[in-house]
Design a protein around this ligand. Sequence first.
Ligand code: 8X3
Length: 249
Amino acid sequence: MTKTAFISGVTAGIGEAAARRFAGDGWQVIGTGRRTERLAALKAELGEALRTIALDMRDIEAVQAVAAEVGAVDLLVNNAGLPPPLAALQEAEWAPLEQVIETNITGLVALTRGLLPGLIERRGGIINLSSVAATYPYRGGAVYGASKAFVRQFSLDLRCDLQGLGVRVTSIEPGMVETEFTLVRNGWDQAASDALYADMDPMTAEDIAETIFWVATQPPHVNINALELMPVNQSFAGFHVARPDRAGA
Ligand code: 8X3
């Protein structure tokens, strides 16, 4: 029987690549996004394999209505999410922070909760897109990193709620992937994005889509709890030490 994957945020990057990957393997894909012209372009490419739904994850009533209307699916990929501008909290504007919290956390919980009855009925799977930022802090990443730490912990706790029901839950935690992520973070500054990914061979949206597909197609008795990935050329920052008394010395 044809399996159905519900993927949020298919208008770019990892979500778009995942829609292609699952559709290419014969799955029926239901894909959401805010940008209708991009939804239409992907629909034109994937045809019958893709059903598109225009949806802003911040509109909780719409999220709940979509979940109720869609009914049972075999897989939910909670991909929709974004970072705010990379600014220390004391320098950050409120609106983008609120947008990130509403999208990455509130919308994700509402969509998951809405689709859970059907996922339980199908003994399906949930794959949540977290980030290495959930574990490793960096300046300017407080709200983004915390939102992704929420996604990781939500995934692990959800496994307890679903104990014995046959539903799998996974947190996927990528490092640098060249998508629109850095454009969004830098106010669509293409040069800044190009500079960040230059000469370091970042992961691609297709790399992560392949990982999502692999997780989803493990035997039903295997649950990948969490999976952290980085490009080889990305590793970890050290600790920072402030010595205010020596400023300018
Ligand atoms: C973002 C990952 O490494 O670009 O999810 O901060 S990284």
